[in-house]
Design a protein around this ligand. Structure first.
Ligand SMILES: Cc1cc2nc3c(=O)[nH]c(=O)nc-3n(C[C@H](O)[C@H](O)[C@H](O)COP(=O)(O)OP(=O)(O)OC[C@H]3O[C@@H](n4cnc5c(N)ncnc54)[C@H](O)[C@@H]3O)c2cc1C
Length: 379
């Protein structure tokens, strides 16, 4: 079969992974990214075993830190539940992983031929017939992958009724360098969750998620966090102090489940198709799964059949994970009622660690379909 050409709109985790998958199964790919270079914010990302398997199937070599133990604690650091890494591997198949976002983007970028990446190109429209309009002209392809994020202009054009909504909280995030690497921990209090995930090279990714109204800014994120959480258990105060840049974002999700992820020759992928709140840490993981599944179908079928297969496989799963993320938020950081929070703590203390480490396993046990790589010279 003559090599077919895909235009991938967006050079985030989803777009780069989709381009790698398609390239691997013999497609010519061009990634169009509006930013002038491929970068990522200064934060980490947790990669569940499903995402690690997707990366392996794509042939991407990323240095992911396996999490080796820790627990769920209250604001004073008193243990609510232990997190048993061996039990986690038994239930999920692999350890929970974490990585600096910039290093993940770099690993994805380096798995693609440099000439397939076009930065500084803003896509203004895409047509189901296979035409992409950019700020400087028009391109045509056999397949268009809209991996243009939660505010996807292509989704807005194809599904104008779909709405992005506030998820009920804001997240502060940062990466600190500490001399002593702490272990993984999640801290629960009323309307607050604080997460700590060690990364390679003594770096630590941390986040604070607060239930609160949308749109509250702070002149100084560090001063705000230090004042509010500086006296919580260690190393929270140390992390706040040792972080060069602290980010704050209001959390949002796609509140309208789409009736389809495809239109003509266009496939929506990642946050463009199913932006979910981050309470399960699965948004990026699902984008990586999307990429492998799309490539598998595109490697063996006509575009029409491939997109039908992709939509049938990915829409039910990702919409189910989105709902699970919302439930995790409601019983996690968004739970504010003090009586309900006390009840949650009492109940959590009673759970054996074999039960707590099984949470999320139904999602993270996912196995990728096998891709059949096409050697470059036969393309
Ligand atoms: C606080 C927070 C914590 C999270 N934690 C986790 C976690 O631990 N684990 C996890 O798996 N997920 C997590 N997520 C979710 C994860 O970050 C996203 O699901 C993932 O980044 C989506 O990738 P994407 O490629 O679909 O979209 P994006 O990363 O948004 O990429 C879209 C790209 O498209 C480009 N673009 C947009 N419009 C155009 C245009 N018109 N023309 C050209 N280019 C365009 C953008 O510049 C961007 O580079 C978290 C999210 C948040 C907010």
């Amino acid at each position: 079969m003559a090599s077919r050409h895909a235009l991938v709109v967006g050079g985030g985790i989803g777009g780069l992974a989709a381009a790698i998958g398609l390239h691997r199964v013999g497609w010519q790919v061009t990634v169009l990214e509006r930013a002038s270079e491929l970068t990522a914010i200064g934060a980490g990302i947790s990669l569940w075993p499903n995402a690690q398997r997707a990366l392996a199937e794509l042939g991407v070599n990323a240095r992911i830190a396996p999490q080796s133990g820790g627990g769920l604690v209250d604001w004073r650091g008193r243990r609510l539940a232990s997190w048993d890494a061996d039990a986690f591997v038994r239930s999920h198949g692999l350890p929970l992983g974490a990585i600096h976002r910039a290093k993940l983007i770099e690993a994805l970028r380096s798995a693609l031929p440099a000439e397939s990446l076009k930065t500084g190109v803003e896509v203004t429209a895409a047509e189901p017939s296979g035409i992409v309009r950019c700020d400087d002209g028009e391109l045509e392809a056999d397949l268009i992958v809209a991996a243009d994020g939660i505010n996807s202009p292509i989704r807005q054009q194809l599904f104008p009724a779909a709405r992005v909504a506030y998820s009920g909280g804001a997240a502060f995030r940062g990466i600190a360098k500490l001399p002593l690497s702490p272990s993984l921990s999640t801290t629960w209090a009323a309307g607050t969750e604080i997460g700590i995930l060690p990364l390679p090279d003594d770096e630590v990714y941390w986040w604070v998620c607060e239930a609160r109204p949308a749109g509250i800014g702070h002149e100084d994120n560090r001063a705000y966090l230090r004042e509010k959480y500086g006296r919580w258990h260690e190393p929270i105060g140390q992390l706040i102090d040792a972080t060069p840049e602290i980010l704050r974002h209001d959390l949002q999700h796609l509140a309208t489940p789409l009736p389809s992820y495809v239109r003509g020759k266009i496939a929506l992928l990642g946050d463009s198709a199913h932006a979910m709140p981050p309470f399960l840490g699965q948004g990026g993981c699902q984008a990586l799964e999307d990429a492998v599944v799309l490539a598998e179908h595109a490697g063996k079928s006509t575009v029409e059949a491939a997109l039908r297969g992709y939509d049938t496989e990915r829409r039910p799963r990702t919409q189910k994970v989105t709902k699970a993320s919302m439930r995790a938020g409601a019983s996690g950081p968004l739970l504010r009622n003090p009586a309900a929070v006390a009840l949650r703590a009492a109940f959590t203390r009673l759970l054996p660690s074999a039960v707590t480490t099984r949470i999320g396993a139904s999602v993270s046990r996912w196995e990728p379909p096998k891709l059949t790589p096409v050697p470059p010279r036969t393309r």
